[in-house]
Design a protein around this ligand. Structure first.
Ligand code: IPM
Ligand code: MG
Length: 405
């Protein structure tokens, strides 16, 4: 067939070529996902190497306190040689900018040599700031290590809220987030990708979590009425997987009304487990965290078959550093991430202690509080407060009493 040439032909050919390469890459990724992969069994690894990436902005402050808590509860395991902490320098915006890479090659190699990572927030450059506009280190690490599940719990015990969000972490609007292009001076295009395999693995994980915890409901959040192809697939996969779990009811909500329902005290505690594509998960979990006491209180697990990385749900807050307020940053997010790390590598008892102390200090007793400025406690003071509860033999009793004590 003879191609009609028109005034756009050159632009269209260029765009087709770029699009073709992206599609080819994604088809190859799908083939990779189809291959069976061995899952890391932490009970068989000794020593377990915990890599520590300090990040930048408020990262070094809050990560240091999280590591103090981890080192405290894991003291015996470190002495027995079962746990090794390993510092990984170089995941700073300065070093990343110097190499013009989201994660410089040598840093990535060091990360991959660890079994599990605790990662402080890292600055994500944006067009117009002083840094080269490199990709977010979080997003890159999630992709390089194939950390497909972003698990974000939010609990408000006084209200009976116990939510767990399963955010798809490698696809959606993020996977080609740095690869969109300007087709012409006037036309910009970005891409959103959902694959059958990518959707299925996160949805299955959400259902398995519900099953294990005797939860009879999973909520899938999409905008499949409008974003029909990609969100449509995500929703379809969810209903297909749900058929295998006869005890669990699946309901679908659209992201817009879901953001409203999280603000509805009469309805919100009905929800338990959420599973959602990447960008909706990013947005909804910030909202949920705010209801729990702020993004500074929420931790996040990034889980793949081989590695896992634990971090705060928020960014590096450069504004706080600029104002000299970094020492007042809330370390709870990184400490909660640490408790998730402990649970993931098989130390649930220690994890539970840390989680109970976080609830007692942050939600029940509140003897001192973080306000992110000098009107509140410093991160160091707050960490000492937490440690005093972790060491207190009354911790469980106090936690069970909740607010009423
Ligand atoms: C998060 C953060 C990141 C994201 C940023 C820092 C790139 O907001 O972990 O939710 O968008 O995923
Ligand atoms: Mg976010």
């Amino acid at each position: 067939m003879r191609k009609e040439l028109n005034e756009f032909s050159g632009l269209i050919e260029k765009a087709k070529e770029k699009f073709g390469l992206l599609v080819e890459e994604q088809l190859r990724r799908v083939e990779e996902m189809k291959k069976p992969l061995g899952k890391t069994d932490y009970s068989k690894i000794s020593p377990i190497i915990i890599g520590l990436c300090w990040g930048d902005g408020i990262g070094p402050v809050i990560s240091k306190h999280a590591q103090t808590v981890l080192a405290h509860v894991l003291g015996d395991e470190v002495d027995k040689g079962k746990i090794i902490f390993r510092d990984i320098a170089g995941l700073t915006i300065e070093n990343r900018a110097k190499h013009k890479k989201a994660i410089p090659d040598d840093v990535l190699k060091e990360i991959k040599a660890c079994d599990v990572i605790l990662k402080g927030p890292t600055t994500t450059p944006q067009a117009g700031d002083k840094w080269p506009n490199i990709e977010s280190a979080n997003v890159a690490m999630r992709r390089y290590l194939d950390l497909f599940a972003n698990v974000r719990p939010v609990r408000i015990p006084q209200e009976g809220i116990d939510w767990c969000f399963f955010r798809e972490n490698t696809e959606g609007a993020y996977i080609l987030g740095s690869r969109g292009f300007d087709v012409s001076e006037d036309l910009s295009v970005d891409f959103k990708i959902i694959t059958e395999q990518g959707a299925e693995r996160i949805i299955r994980m959400a259902f398995e979590y519900a099953k294990k915890n005797n939860i009879d409901r999973v909520t899938v959040v999409t905008k499949s009425n409008v974003v029909k192809t990609t969100d449509g697939r995500f929703s379809r996969v969810a209903f297909r997987v749900a058929k295998e779990y006869s005890q669990i009811k699946l309901d679908e909500w659209y992201i817009d009304i879901m953001t409203a329902k999280l603000l509805d005290p009469a309805r919100r505690k009905e929800f338990k487990v959420f599973v959602l594509p990447n960008l909706y998960g990013d947005i909804l979990t910030d909202e949920a965290a705010q209801l729990q006491g702020g993004v500074g209180t929420a931790g996040s697990a990034n889980i793949g078959w081989c590695w896992a990385m634990f971090e705060a749900i928020h960014g590096s807050a450069p504004r706080m550093v600029k104002d000299g307020r970094d020492k007042f940053a809330d370390p709870s997010s990184m400490i909660r991430a640490s408790s998730m790390l402990l649970r993931h590598i098989g130390f649930s008892e220690y994890a539970q202690k840390v989680e109970m102390a976080l609830d007692v200090c942050g939600q029940f007793e509140k003897k001192i509080a973080i306000t992110a400025r000098d009107t509140g406690a410093t991160a160091a003071e707050y960490t000492q407060y937490l440690l005093s509860w972790i060491n207190n033999p009354q911790l469980k009793i106090r936690w069970e009493k909740g607010e009423s004590a």
